[in-house]
Design a protein around this ligand. Structure first.
Ligand code: FES
Length: 189
């Protein structure tokens, strides 16, 4: 190696060090942008999906007749890099027995702007209180901007500004036990 070549090599190396350092500083935030709860450099770590904190369950006998509606609170944990290692959020829900005999469960958080909606059985109350005169059965009704959801049709929005049905819970049956297993993925609303 001539003197000129080795000087060039030294200069190139000196220029590469800060570049490598900058790249190293940038890569961690980029990875966290792609997967926000990733541990630094732990690309293959466990799933960061929210998990139920504790089981919520009912028995079939808790639903003696169609349109029995039971409220519950579902707590789920989100991985966070705080001292506790997680954050707990509580999602209020309704479990409803449909006339078909199926039991369905929905988050009560309105997908419009996040108010907590009600289960309303009375046709007049839905018509006068929530501005929807065509209800032939109980509906979920939001008091904030009057969105109305048809429970029998998968929570379809039948009135008001809500952009989509409320989020659904997955239900598992274990004999006569009905377990609220997990919440459909998505934002809090
Ligand atoms: S928050 Fe429910 S309709 Fe607006």
């Amino acid at each position: 190696m001539t003197e000129g070549t080795s000087r060039r090599f030294l200069l190139k190396t000196a220029a590469a060090v800060p570049l490598a350092f900058t790249f190293g500083l940038a890569i961690s935030p980029m990875l966290r942008f792609l997967r926000p709860t990733i541990k630094p450099l732990d690309l293959l770590g466990p799933s960061d999906q929210p998990a139920p904190l504790k089981e919520v369950s009912f028995d079939e006998s808790d639903f003696p007749e169609p349109w029995t509606c039971l409220p519950f609170t579902f707590a789920q944990t989100y991985k966070e890099y705080n001292p506790e290692g997680m954050e707990v959020r509580k999602v209020p829900g309704f479990a409803v027995k449909l006339p078909t005999g199926d039991i369905v469960a929905y988050s009560r958080i309105c997908p419009h702007l996040g108010c907590i909606f009600n289960f309303v059985k009375d046709h007049d109350e839905i018509a006068k209180g929530y501005n929807y005169a065509f209800a032939e059965r109980p509906m979920f009704c939001c008091p904030c901007h009057l969105s109305v959801y048809d429970i029998l049709n998968g929570g379809k929005v039948v009135s008001g500004p809500a952009p989509r049905p409320p989020r659904k819970f997955d239900i598992k049956k274990e004999g006569t036990k009905i377990v609220i297993a997990s919440l459909e993925a998505g934002g809090i609303a």
